[in-house]
Design a protein around this ligand. Structure first.
Ligand code: ADE
Length: 227
């Protein structure tokens, strides 16, 4: 998968993509991530990328030209399945959307800043707008990192045990059951007896019950959807 990210702050991605599973997926060339500094596409002497909003009001607006020039260059190299703008008023990101996006070949993410981007970018250049939650971040970079992480781990070959992505919370509209490891007793906190019984069928049944219980308690709106 090719992922291209348009940002004013490429350095913000060094840490999320520089460790652990993301790092390995990049090294194994399962995913290729291109970071593109929008400022490099500014035609102004000062390399400015934003300007005052027409009609007045506080806050700067990201201009369309540098964004369009960067997109044009990338679109000449490949066809994108989606060009995604990160915005708090976009469609809410969830596991279903992560699954959908993980099957694509080429994705582009546009990270906004300041008061956002000129509306014409949203009208004419992007294909989709996504939010990672009903709160406002300083920009789209962290939201992009979250979405890319959730997508990349679903690509076959990224996780060492491929089945583990399938048993994630939310993958079947259920929350995962609790897990334990050694020691079986710590202070006087014990691991549930059933998990030490070696009875595979009973353990599976217990895990499913726990999943249902957790979903009912923690995500009551989701409960029953898996049926
Ligand atoms: N940019 C600012 N806040 C955001 C959010 N919650 N989701 C996606 N992009 C954002």
């Amino acid at each position: 998968m090719q992922i291209d990210i348009l940002t004013l702050f490429p350095g913000m991605f060094e840490s999320p993509f520089g460790d652990s599973i993301m790092k390995r997926a990049i090294e194994k060339k399962i995913v290729e991530i291109g970071l593109h500094n929008i400022r490099d596409y500014s035609k102004s002497k000062q390399k400015s990328v934003d300007d005052y909003a027409f009609g007045g009001g506080a806050g700067m607006v990201m201009q369309i030209e540098p964004i369009d020039l960067c997109m044009q260059k990338l679109k000449a190299e490949r066809t994108y399945d989606e060009i995604i703008y990160l915005s708090p008023d976009g469609e809410l990101f969830d596991q279903k959307l992560a699954n959908q996006l993980s099957t694509k070949n080429n994705l582009m993410f546009l990270c906004g800043h300041y008061k956002g981007v000129d509306e014409r970018v949203r009208e004419h250049l992007v294909t989709r707008e996504i939010s990672i939650g009903n709160y406002v971040l300083t920009g789209g970079e962290l939201a992009t990192a979250v979405i890319v992480d959730a997508i990349v781990r679903l690509i076959p070959g990224v996780l060492s045990d491929e089945t583990s992505a399938l048993s994630d919370s939310f993958q079947d509209d259920l929350i995962s059951p609790p897990v334990y490891t050694r020691p079986a007793e710590y202070k006087d906190w014990k691991v549930p007896e059933i998990l030490l019984s070696g009875h595979e069928a009973k353990i599976e049944e217990w895990r499913h019950e726990q999943s249902l219980l957790r979903t009912k308690l923690r995500r009551p709106k989701m409960f029953g959807k898996e049926e």
